[in-house]
Design a protein around this ligand. Structure first.
Ligand code: HEM
Length: 417
Protein backbone atom coordinates (compact mmCIF):
# COMPACT_ATOMS: atom_id res chain seq x y z
CA UNK A 1 0.00 0.00 0.00
CA UNK A 2 1.63 3.28 -1.10
CA UNK A 3 0.60 6.95 -1.02
CA UNK A 4 1.87 9.72 -3.26
CA UNK A 5 4.45 12.00 -1.62
CA UNK A 6 3.03 15.54 -1.21
CA UNK A 7 4.36 17.45 -4.19
CA UNK A 8 5.25 21.08 -4.73
CA UNK A 9 4.14 22.10 -8.23
CA UNK A 10 6.31 24.16 -10.58
CA UNK A 11 9.29 23.78 -12.89
CA UNK A 12 12.10 24.39 -10.43
CA UNK A 13 12.45 25.81 -6.91
CA UNK A 14 16.20 26.40 -6.74
CA UNK A 15 15.54 30.13 -6.52
CA UNK A 16 13.23 29.63 -3.56
CA UNK A 17 15.97 27.60 -1.93
CA UNK A 18 18.27 30.60 -2.27
CA UNK A 19 15.52 32.97 -1.07
CA UNK A 20 14.49 30.91 1.94
CA UNK A 21 17.84 29.37 2.86
CA UNK A 22 17.82 27.45 6.11
CA UNK A 23 14.03 27.60 6.35
CA UNK A 24 13.26 26.23 2.84
CA UNK A 25 12.52 22.64 3.92
CA UNK A 26 10.96 23.55 7.29
CA UNK A 27 8.53 26.02 5.64
CA UNK A 28 7.31 23.32 3.26
CA UNK A 29 7.15 20.59 5.92
CA UNK A 30 4.81 22.96 7.79
CA UNK A 31 2.87 23.88 4.64
CA UNK A 32 2.27 20.25 3.62
CA UNK A 33 2.00 19.11 7.24
CA UNK A 34 4.35 16.29 6.26
CA UNK A 35 7.94 15.39 7.07
CA UNK A 36 8.46 14.32 3.46
CA UNK A 37 7.64 16.23 0.29
CA UNK A 38 8.72 16.33 -3.33
CA UNK A 39 9.94 19.37 -5.27
CA UNK A 40 12.32 20.23 -8.13
CA UNK A 41 15.82 21.57 -7.45
CA UNK A 42 18.73 22.19 -9.84
CA UNK A 43 16.53 20.93 -12.69
CA UNK A 44 15.89 17.57 -11.02
CA UNK A 45 13.18 15.92 -8.98
CA UNK A 46 14.12 16.07 -5.30
CA UNK A 47 12.64 14.51 -2.19
CA UNK A 48 13.12 16.61 0.95
CA UNK A 49 12.66 15.32 4.46
CA UNK A 50 13.26 16.22 8.07
CA UNK A 51 12.82 14.96 11.64
CA UNK A 52 14.39 12.09 13.58
CA UNK A 53 12.69 9.23 11.70
CA UNK A 54 13.67 10.74 8.37
CA UNK A 55 17.26 11.12 9.59
CA UNK A 56 17.33 7.45 10.54
CA UNK A 57 16.26 6.36 7.04
CA UNK A 58 18.64 8.84 5.42
CA UNK A 59 21.55 7.21 7.28
CA UNK A 60 20.45 3.69 6.30
CA UNK A 61 23.23 2.65 3.93
CA UNK A 62 21.06 0.09 2.18
CA UNK A 63 18.76 2.92 1.06
CA UNK A 64 21.03 5.87 0.19
CA UNK A 65 24.42 6.46 -1.43
CA UNK A 66 26.57 9.58 -1.65
CA UNK A 67 28.55 9.09 -4.85
CA UNK A 68 27.06 11.21 -7.60
CA UNK A 69 24.75 12.97 -5.15
CA UNK A 70 26.54 16.25 -4.41
CA UNK A 71 26.04 19.14 -6.87
CA UNK A 72 29.24 20.08 -8.75
CA UNK A 73 29.39 23.53 -7.14
CA UNK A 74 29.76 21.94 -3.70
CA UNK A 75 32.56 19.67 -4.90
CA UNK A 76 34.39 22.62 -6.51
CA UNK A 77 34.48 24.61 -3.29
CA UNK A 78 33.50 22.73 -0.15
CA UNK A 79 34.34 19.04 -0.65
CA UNK A 80 37.05 18.67 -3.30
CA UNK A 81 37.30 15.90 -5.90
CA UNK A 82 37.36 12.33 -4.60
CA UNK A 83 36.94 13.28 -0.94
CA UNK A 84 35.48 11.05 1.78
CA UNK A 85 32.08 12.75 1.44
CA UNK A 86 31.58 11.24 -2.02
CA UNK A 87 32.54 7.61 -1.19
CA UNK A 88 30.31 4.65 -0.28
CA UNK A 89 30.61 1.22 1.33
CA UNK A 90 34.05 -0.38 1.84
CA UNK A 91 35.92 2.50 0.16
CA UNK A 92 34.20 4.95 2.49
CA UNK A 93 34.95 2.93 5.60
CA UNK A 94 38.61 2.63 4.66
CA UNK A 95 38.89 6.40 4.18
CA UNK A 96 36.80 7.20 7.25
CA UNK A 97 39.13 5.11 9.41
CA UNK A 98 41.95 7.38 8.29
CA UNK A 99 40.02 10.35 9.67
CA UNK A 100 38.97 8.64 12.89
CA UNK A 101 42.58 7.54 13.53
CA UNK A 102 43.48 11.16 14.34
CA UNK A 103 40.49 11.67 16.67
CA UNK A 104 41.77 9.61 19.63
CA UNK A 105 41.87 10.88 23.27
CA UNK A 106 45.58 11.85 22.97
CA UNK A 107 44.81 13.84 19.83
CA UNK A 108 42.03 15.67 21.68
CA UNK A 109 44.37 16.49 24.57
CA UNK A 110 46.92 17.95 22.15
CA UNK A 111 44.15 19.93 20.50
CA UNK A 112 43.03 21.38 23.85
CA UNK A 113 46.59 22.40 24.74
CA UNK A 114 47.13 24.08 21.37
CA UNK A 115 43.75 25.83 21.53
CA UNK A 116 44.41 27.27 25.00
CA UNK A 117 47.84 28.49 23.93
CA UNK A 118 46.37 30.23 20.89
CA UNK A 119 43.57 31.88 22.90
CA UNK A 120 46.11 33.15 25.46
CA UNK A 121 48.25 34.65 22.71
CA UNK A 122 45.23 36.23 21.07
CA UNK A 123 44.01 37.73 24.33
CA UNK A 124 47.39 39.30 25.00
CA UNK A 125 47.25 40.88 21.54
CA UNK A 126 43.62 42.02 21.89
CA UNK A 127 44.35 43.89 25.13
CA UNK A 128 46.42 46.27 22.98
CA UNK A 129 43.78 46.69 20.28
CA UNK A 130 41.11 49.37 20.10
CA UNK A 131 38.57 47.01 18.60
CA UNK A 132 38.52 43.30 17.96
CA UNK A 133 36.43 41.80 15.15
CA UNK A 134 35.81 38.43 16.77
CA UNK A 135 34.91 36.44 13.64
CA UNK A 136 38.03 37.60 11.77
CA UNK A 137 40.33 37.07 14.74
CA UNK A 138 38.79 33.62 15.27
CA UNK A 139 39.66 32.71 11.67
CA UNK A 140 43.32 33.38 12.42
CA UNK A 141 43.23 31.57 15.77
CA UNK A 142 41.64 28.51 14.15
CA UNK A 143 44.05 28.61 11.19
CA UNK A 144 46.96 28.43 13.62
CA UNK A 145 45.26 25.66 15.61
CA UNK A 146 44.53 23.69 12.42
CA UNK A 147 48.09 23.83 11.12
CA UNK A 148 49.81 23.09 14.40
CA UNK A 149 47.45 20.23 15.27
CA UNK A 150 47.66 18.75 11.77
CA UNK A 151 51.44 18.86 11.90
CA UNK A 152 52.76 21.76 9.78
CA UNK A 153 54.25 24.99 10.96
CA UNK A 154 53.46 27.96 8.79
CA UNK A 155 55.36 31.22 8.64
CA UNK A 156 53.69 34.06 10.53
CA UNK A 157 53.39 36.16 7.35
CA UNK A 158 51.40 33.35 5.66
CA UNK A 159 48.71 33.01 8.35
CA UNK A 160 46.44 35.72 6.91
CA UNK A 161 46.51 34.40 3.32
CA UNK A 162 45.98 30.82 4.39
CA UNK A 163 43.17 31.86 6.69
CA UNK A 164 41.48 33.82 3.84
CA UNK A 165 41.82 30.89 1.40
CA UNK A 166 40.41 28.37 3.86
CA UNK A 167 37.56 30.73 4.74
CA UNK A 168 36.71 31.21 1.04
CA UNK A 169 36.20 27.46 0.60
CA UNK A 170 33.39 27.35 3.18
CA UNK A 171 31.91 30.83 2.70
CA UNK A 172 31.48 30.46 -1.07
CA UNK A 173 29.58 27.23 -1.89
CA UNK A 174 26.12 28.83 -1.99
CA UNK A 175 27.40 31.97 -3.71
CA UNK A 176 27.03 32.78 -7.38
CA UNK A 177 29.58 34.71 -9.47
CA UNK A 178 32.80 36.23 -8.09
CA UNK A 179 32.74 34.79 -4.60
CA UNK A 180 32.02 31.29 -5.89
CA UNK A 181 34.94 31.72 -8.26
CA UNK A 182 37.10 32.94 -5.38
CA UNK A 183 36.24 29.77 -3.47
CA UNK A 184 37.26 27.58 -6.43
CA UNK A 185 40.47 29.51 -6.92
CA UNK A 186 41.33 29.32 -3.20
CA UNK A 187 40.82 25.54 -3.26
CA UNK A 188 43.19 25.16 -6.25
CA UNK A 189 45.89 27.19 -4.50
CA UNK A 190 45.52 25.16 -1.30
CA UNK A 191 45.68 21.86 -3.17
CA UNK A 192 48.88 22.94 -4.99
CA UNK A 193 50.55 23.89 -1.69
CA UNK A 194 49.55 20.64 0.02
CA UNK A 195 50.59 18.36 -2.87
CA UNK A 196 54.12 19.76 -2.55
CA UNK A 197 54.15 19.06 1.20
CA UNK A 198 52.81 15.52 0.79
CA UNK A 199 55.49 14.72 -1.79
CA UNK A 200 58.17 16.14 0.50
CA UNK A 201 56.94 13.99 3.38
CA UNK A 202 57.02 10.88 1.19
CA UNK A 203 60.51 11.70 -0.07
CA UNK A 204 61.73 12.22 3.50
CA UNK A 205 62.51 15.91 2.89
CA UNK A 206 59.94 17.07 5.42
CA UNK A 207 59.74 15.45 8.86
CA UNK A 208 56.41 15.42 10.65
CA UNK A 209 55.54 13.51 13.85
CA UNK A 210 53.93 10.12 13.20
CA UNK A 211 50.75 10.91 15.15
CA UNK A 212 49.79 13.93 13.01
CA UNK A 213 47.23 14.31 10.21
CA UNK A 214 49.97 15.11 7.69
CA UNK A 215 51.87 11.94 8.50
CA UNK A 216 48.90 9.58 8.75
CA UNK A 217 47.17 10.83 5.63
CA UNK A 218 50.39 10.82 3.57
CA UNK A 219 51.01 7.16 4.45
CA UNK A 220 47.42 5.88 4.50
CA UNK A 221 46.75 2.91 2.21
CA UNK A 222 43.51 2.16 0.39
CA UNK A 223 41.69 -1.18 0.02
CA UNK A 224 44.31 -2.39 -2.47
CA UNK A 225 47.17 -1.50 -0.14
CA UNK A 226 48.19 1.48 -2.29
CA UNK A 227 49.04 4.97 -1.07
CA UNK A 228 46.46 7.59 -2.03
CA UNK A 229 47.49 9.85 -4.88
CA UNK A 230 48.90 13.18 -3.62
CA UNK A 231 45.86 15.09 -5.00
CA UNK A 232 43.53 13.00 -2.85
CA UNK A 233 45.72 13.40 0.23
CA UNK A 234 45.60 17.16 -0.35
CA UNK A 235 41.79 17.08 -0.64
CA UNK A 236 41.52 15.14 2.62
CA UNK A 237 43.96 17.39 4.50
CA UNK A 238 41.78 20.31 3.39
CA UNK A 239 38.87 18.30 4.83
CA UNK A 240 40.63 18.78 8.19
CA UNK A 241 42.00 22.33 7.85
CA UNK A 242 38.90 23.94 6.26
CA UNK A 243 36.33 22.85 8.84
CA UNK A 244 38.63 23.68 11.75
CA UNK A 245 38.73 27.23 10.40
CA UNK A 246 34.94 27.05 9.97
CA UNK A 247 34.69 26.67 13.76
CA UNK A 248 35.30 30.46 13.67
CA UNK A 249 31.62 30.80 12.65
CA UNK A 250 30.62 28.94 15.80
CA UNK A 251 33.06 31.03 17.87
CA UNK A 252 31.26 34.15 16.62
CA UNK A 253 27.94 32.57 17.64
CA UNK A 254 29.35 31.59 21.05
CA UNK A 255 30.33 35.26 21.52
CA UNK A 256 26.87 36.35 20.41
CA UNK A 257 25.17 33.90 22.78
CA UNK A 258 27.33 35.05 25.73
CA UNK A 259 26.25 38.62 24.91
CA UNK A 260 22.55 37.93 24.29
CA UNK A 261 22.01 35.40 27.09
CA UNK A 262 24.17 36.66 30.01
CA UNK A 263 22.19 34.71 32.62
CA UNK A 264 22.95 31.47 30.74
CA UNK A 265 26.62 32.43 30.28
CA UNK A 266 26.85 33.07 34.04
CA UNK A 267 26.05 29.39 34.66
CA UNK A 268 29.14 28.33 32.71
CA UNK A 269 31.95 27.54 35.16
CA UNK A 270 35.58 26.92 34.17
CA UNK A 271 35.68 24.11 36.72
CA UNK A 272 32.50 22.37 35.51
CA UNK A 273 32.73 20.80 32.08
CA UNK A 274 29.02 19.89 32.04
CA UNK A 275 27.91 23.53 32.13
CA UNK A 276 30.14 24.36 29.16
CA UNK A 277 29.02 21.24 27.29
CA UNK A 278 25.32 22.19 27.61
CA UNK A 279 25.91 25.75 26.44
CA UNK A 280 27.90 24.56 23.42
CA UNK A 281 25.32 21.94 22.48
CA UNK A 282 22.63 24.61 22.55
CA UNK A 283 24.73 26.94 20.38
CA UNK A 284 25.09 24.11 17.84
CA UNK A 285 21.35 23.39 17.95
CA UNK A 286 20.03 26.95 17.99
CA UNK A 287 22.10 28.85 15.42
CA UNK A 288 21.97 28.06 11.70
CA UNK A 289 25.12 26.58 10.18
CA UNK A 290 24.95 23.53 7.92
CA UNK A 291 21.52 23.66 6.21
CA UNK A 292 20.88 20.22 4.70
CA UNK A 293 22.53 17.04 3.44
CA UNK A 294 22.15 15.45 0.04
CA UNK A 295 22.18 11.76 -0.99
CA UNK A 296 20.76 9.59 -3.75
CA UNK A 297 18.36 6.64 -3.52
CA UNK A 298 20.37 3.40 -3.94
CA UNK A 299 17.50 1.07 -4.99
CA UNK A 300 13.72 1.56 -5.13
CA UNK A 301 12.21 1.31 -1.65
CA UNK A 302 9.02 2.18 0.21
CA UNK A 303 9.09 3.98 3.54
CA UNK A 304 6.00 5.02 5.56
CA UNK A 305 3.94 4.30 2.47
CA UNK A 306 6.02 6.60 0.24
CA UNK A 307 7.88 5.36 -2.82
CA UNK A 308 11.53 6.40 -3.22
CA UNK A 309 12.62 5.59 -6.79
CA UNK A 310 16.29 4.64 -7.45
CA UNK A 311 18.61 7.62 -8.16
CA UNK A 312 16.26 10.28 -6.72
CA UNK A 313 18.14 13.19 -5.15
CA UNK A 314 17.13 13.37 -1.47
CA UNK A 315 17.77 16.16 1.04
CA UNK A 316 17.80 15.82 4.82
CA UNK A 317 16.92 19.00 6.71
CA UNK A 318 19.55 19.68 9.38
CA UNK A 319 18.45 23.09 10.58
CA UNK A 320 14.78 22.09 10.61
CA UNK A 321 15.42 18.86 12.52
CA UNK A 322 17.29 20.82 15.21
CA UNK A 323 14.27 23.17 15.36
CA UNK A 324 11.57 20.51 15.11
CA UNK A 325 8.86 21.23 17.72
CA UNK A 326 8.03 17.51 18.03
CA UNK A 327 11.64 16.88 19.15
CA UNK A 328 12.45 20.08 21.06
CA UNK A 329 10.24 22.09 23.45
CA UNK A 330 10.15 25.73 22.38
CA UNK A 331 12.82 25.16 19.74
CA UNK A 332 13.27 28.89 19.13
CA UNK A 333 14.24 29.57 22.75
CA UNK A 334 17.95 29.43 23.70
CA UNK A 335 17.96 27.07 26.67
CA UNK A 336 21.16 25.08 27.44
CA UNK A 337 19.39 23.35 30.37
CA UNK A 338 17.36 21.32 27.85
CA UNK A 339 20.51 19.18 27.55
CA UNK A 340 20.57 18.30 31.28
CA UNK A 341 18.48 15.19 30.84
CA UNK A 342 18.83 14.74 27.11
CA UNK A 343 19.39 11.14 26.09
CA UNK A 344 21.57 11.69 23.08
CA UNK A 345 19.65 10.30 20.09
CA UNK A 346 21.95 10.14 17.06
CA UNK A 347 19.07 11.27 14.82
CA UNK A 348 17.30 14.18 16.57
CA UNK A 349 20.31 16.43 17.24
CA UNK A 350 22.21 16.60 13.96
CA UNK A 351 24.15 19.88 13.59
CA UNK A 352 27.06 17.86 12.20
CA UNK A 353 25.08 14.99 10.73
CA UNK A 354 23.71 11.91 12.48
CA UNK A 355 24.14 8.17 12.79
CA UNK A 356 27.53 6.54 13.30
CA UNK A 357 31.03 7.98 12.82
CA UNK A 358 32.84 4.88 11.55
CA UNK A 359 30.07 3.33 9.47
CA UNK A 360 28.33 6.42 8.14
CA UNK A 361 29.08 9.95 7.03
CA UNK A 362 28.58 11.69 10.36
CA UNK A 363 31.10 14.52 10.78
CA UNK A 364 34.56 13.21 11.62
CA UNK A 365 35.37 16.45 13.42
CA UNK A 366 32.48 16.73 15.84
CA UNK A 367 34.68 16.18 18.91
CA UNK A 368 37.27 18.63 17.55
CA UNK A 369 34.50 21.20 17.13
CA UNK A 370 33.14 20.66 20.64
CA UNK A 371 36.59 20.87 22.27
CA UNK A 372 37.56 24.07 20.46
CA UNK A 373 34.15 25.62 21.20
CA UNK A 374 34.29 24.75 24.90
CA UNK A 375 37.67 26.41 25.34
CA UNK A 376 36.54 29.42 23.33
CA UNK A 377 33.46 29.68 25.55
CA UNK A 378 35.59 29.48 28.68
CA UNK A 379 37.63 32.46 27.46
CA UNK A 380 34.62 34.48 26.32
CA UNK A 381 32.52 33.78 29.43
CA UNK A 382 35.11 33.44 32.20
CA UNK A 383 38.57 34.63 31.26
CA UNK A 384 38.03 38.02 29.65
CA UNK A 385 35.99 41.23 29.94
CA UNK A 386 34.84 43.23 26.95
CA UNK A 387 32.23 45.70 25.74
CA UNK A 388 29.95 45.11 22.79
CA UNK A 389 29.43 48.55 21.18
CA UNK A 390 26.38 49.48 19.08
CA UNK A 391 26.47 47.34 15.91
CA UNK A 392 24.30 45.14 13.68
CA UNK A 393 24.28 41.83 15.56
CA UNK A 394 21.53 40.28 13.44
CA UNK A 395 22.20 37.17 11.40
CA UNK A 396 20.38 35.72 8.44
CA UNK A 397 18.42 32.47 8.31
CA UNK A 398 18.72 32.75 4.55
CA UNK A 399 22.25 33.34 3.30
CA UNK A 400 24.60 30.42 3.90
CA UNK A 401 26.69 30.18 5.97
CA UNK A 402 24.99 32.53 8.41
CA UNK A 403 27.34 34.87 10.29
CA UNK A 404 26.44 37.83 12.56
CA UNK A 405 26.35 40.87 10.24
CA UNK A 406 28.87 42.96 12.20
CA UNK A 407 31.13 39.89 12.65
CA UNK A 408 30.91 40.74 16.36
CA UNK A 409 32.98 43.76 17.33
CA UNK A 410 34.42 43.79 20.87
CA UNK A 411 36.07 46.77 22.57
CA UNK A 412 37.98 47.28 25.86
CA UNK A 413 39.10 43.67 25.92
CA UNK A 414 40.83 42.84 29.22
CA UNK A 415 41.98 39.57 30.73
CA UNK A 416 40.12 38.68 33.92
CA UNK A 417 42.52 37.90 36.72
C1 HEM B 1 31.10 15.88 7.54
C2 HEM B 1 29.22 19.71 9.85
C3 HEM B 1 33.55 20.69 11.73
C4 HEM B 1 35.47 17.00 9.27
C5 HEM B 1 30.22 16.81 8.04
C6 HEM B 1 28.81 16.83 7.77
C7 HEM B 1 28.29 17.90 8.41
C8 HEM B 1 29.36 18.55 9.11
C9 HEM B 1 26.84 18.34 8.42
C10 HEM B 1 28.09 15.90 6.82
C11 HEM B 1 27.54 14.67 7.48
C12 HEM B 1 26.96 13.73 6.45
O1 HEM B 1 27.25 13.87 5.26
O2 HEM B 1 26.18 12.85 6.82
C13 HEM B 1 30.26 20.34 10.48
C14 HEM B 1 30.12 21.59 11.19
C15 HEM B 1 31.34 21.87 11.71
C16 HEM B 1 32.24 20.80 11.33
C17 HEM B 1 28.85 22.42 11.34
C18 HEM B 1 31.68 23.09 12.51
C19 HEM B 1 32.64 23.89 12.15
C20 HEM B 1 34.42 19.71 11.30
C21 HEM B 1 35.79 19.60 11.72
C22 HEM B 1 36.34 18.57 11.01
C23 HEM B 1 35.31 18.04 10.16
C24 HEM B 1 36.44 20.49 12.76
C25 HEM B 1 37.75 18.02 11.04
C26 HEM B 1 38.63 18.26 11.97
C27 HEM B 1 34.46 16.43 8.55
C28 HEM B 1 34.66 15.32 7.61
C29 HEM B 1 33.39 15.01 7.11
C30 HEM B 1 32.45 15.91 7.75
C31 HEM B 1 35.97 14.67 7.26
C32 HEM B 1 33.04 13.92 6.09
C33 HEM B 1 32.65 12.66 6.81
C34 HEM B 1 32.19 11.55 5.88
O3 HEM B 1 31.77 11.83 4.75
O4 HEM B 1 32.25 10.37 6.29
N1 HEM B 1 30.54 17.86 8.88
N2 HEM B 1 31.54 19.90 10.58
N3 HEM B 1 34.16 18.75 10.37
N4 HEM B 1 33.14 16.75 8.60
FE1 HEM B 1 32.33 18.24 9.68
Amino acid sequence: ETNPIPKEEGMDHSLNLLREGYTFILNRRRGFNSNVFETRLLGKKAICMGGAEAAEVFYDESKFIRSGAAPQRLIETLFGQGGVQTLDDAAHRNRKQMFMSVMKPDDMQRLRDITKKQWDMALTKWEQMEKVVLYEEAQEITTRIACEWAGVLIAEQDVKTLSKDLTATFESPAAIGPSHWQGKHARKELEKWLIVLVNEIREGKLQVPDYTVFYKFSWHTDLNGDLLDPETVAVEIINILRPIVAISVYIAFVGLAVHHFPEEAAKVQSSDDETAQRFIQEVRRYYPFFPALVAQVREDFVWNGYEFPKDTMTLLDIYGTNHDPTLWDNPDVFNPDRFIDWHGSPFSFIPQGGGDYEMGHRCAGEWVTIEVMKISLDYLANRMKFDVPEQDLSYSVISMPSIPNSKLILTNVKRKM
